[in-house]
Every structure is written in C-alpha cells, then in structure tokens.
Design a protein around this ligand. Sequence first.
Ligand SMILES: [Zn+2]
Length: 345
Amino acid sequence: MIARTARMLGFEVFFPIGIDRNGIGVERYTEKRFNISLHEIEREEFLSYCKKALDELEERMISIMISLGISGDFENYYRTDSEEYRKLTQSTFINLWNRNLIYVDTRPNNFCPNCKTTIADAEVIYEEIPADLVYVKFKVEDEDLIIATTRPELICACQAVLVHPEDKRYEKFVGKKALLPIYKREVPIIAHPSVNQQFGSGAVMICSYGDSEDVRLFRELKLKEIVSIDSEGKMSSNAGIYAGLSTREARKKIIEDLEKNGLIVKRESIIHRTPVCEKCRTPIEIIPMKEFYLKQLPFLSKIKECAKNLTFYPEMHRQILINWINSITIDWPISRRRGSKTVGN
Ligand SMILES: [Zn+2]
C-alpha cells in the first residue's frame, strides 16, 4: 500500500520481495513434512530437504502475493538462503569481527534441550506446569534448616541459601553456613529482600541456574557459578552420582535418595510458572555456554540521541524505540547452536 501510494505520487519506488528461508521454524516444518530428524541425518542432506520444503511453500506464497495485488518486484525477489545472501551475511560478520565489535564469551543462556540450541529471551514463553515442591533438610550446625525447591537436582550447584531479612524464623541462621545434603559442601546463609516468605518454607537455595532470578542473584551476590547441566541438557560431572542423567531423571533419583535418608520433610504438588521453548514447549534450562556477542551497550546513548532526532509516524512510536533501548542490559548473543549429525555443536 505504501509502495503503491508513493509510486502514484510520482516517486521512483524500489520494492523488492524477500522470502525468509532461515530459522528454527523452517527446520521444524521440514522435520514434520518429511518425518525426519535434524539430529539424525547429515547436514547437507537436511539442507536439501529444507530447500525442497521451502520451494513448495514459496511457490504458494508468491502466487498468494500476486493474487493479492501486491506491487513488488516479482522478477527479482531474493531468498535468505541464496549464495548472494549468505555471502552478505558472512561478510557482515567478518566486517564486524575485524572492527572488534564481536567477541566470544561464556555466559548463562536460555537453552532448549529438545531443539538443542540457545534461544533468545523473546523466544521463551511461560506455561503453568505441575511440579513437586520438596522440603529438604539442610544442616546448620546441629539444627535443620528446611529449604523448599522444585529443582532438588540442582543442589550440586547451590552456592547460597537465602531468607528474608524480616523473617523471624530464620534470623538466627543468617551469617552461618548451611551444609548441603548429599554433597556435604557448605554455603553461606544470606538475608535478601527478594525472598518471598510465603512461598514454601521461606528459605530458598540459589543454584546455577534454576531460573533467571538465580542468574540475577549470582551476579548481584558475586557467587561463583557451578556448571550443573551440559550442552546436551544432561547433568554434568559436578552432579556426582547423577552425572549423565537428564534433569528430569536426576530430579526423580535425588528425591528418592533424599527420602531414603530421611532428608525430605514434606512434598507438595504445586502449579509452577515455567519458562518453556516457544517452538516445542520443552522447559528451558539456563546453561553457561560459549557464544558470540555483538557489542551494543557502547552505542545505546548514541541510538537514543538518534531516536530523539527522527520523525515518527505516529509520534507515540518514538517511545516504543526508547523503551526498547532502555530494556537492553547485555550485548546481543548472535550465535545459534544447530546440532546436526556432522557438525555437532
Ligand atoms: Zn525447543
């Protein structure tokens, strides 16, 4: 509509049609369409299946666009998986790398154990999923401190126990050390206002990483991270006897072990707001991984300055851009792990 209007007003309009042929959505569609798994066939073969699936879809998409009367250039449309397009993507990457704007760092990332890739915050959705809230005894000198958790398999990665500063029940424990069950390692007991006194026992363990709140607290309290889950979504060697199990299997097993040793005082079925992968609805894990990052933090004030000087139609959209700039707290993780048979990670 905008292109046609401009053309009718006498402007010379360049309106290319582009077909997006990349992304996890394409991979999922191809797997379903041909009943294959990306993780079980060779990379080149999988790509040729993707191409086949996309060619079928593309033909339909183009004919729909034409019948809608879209006035783009259908003679010269581009595809995001063409040789030229890939060249452009790669040269952009190399250019940014040469200008020191891209770096490699290890940081906690959202990871889908089913898609076997890191995913952006925007690709995480929340679902109400039933969970077992277990009340576990941690020893503090001669006394028991009861921790409520839905993720007992992460005890191996616990680096602190938190209680609310105004919680009279736990006042006497603050500043002392709690002894982790099974692992027999000591962690500090810290008073912190983020704890919800009404949830569970009011005492929580902070592990790397149960959820994004753990990530935040590890940063704030300068705790040293322990990698509990590997890039296959399995328990790491830090989990001791549970190493190699999936988180679900490890959870079941550790609950049995804790119960056998009389270390569980109560179990409750709760509905837990759980972060899941938008594509496949698998609960996500937060795993520290090596990824490529594109610097964006050093440019925020400059972009904000630009946002002030641009003309917006409608004016309210200026605030959308400013809110977005203000929400950026880390550099942009740009790598994606695609676990095909030949490439691995
Ligand atoms: Zn997934």
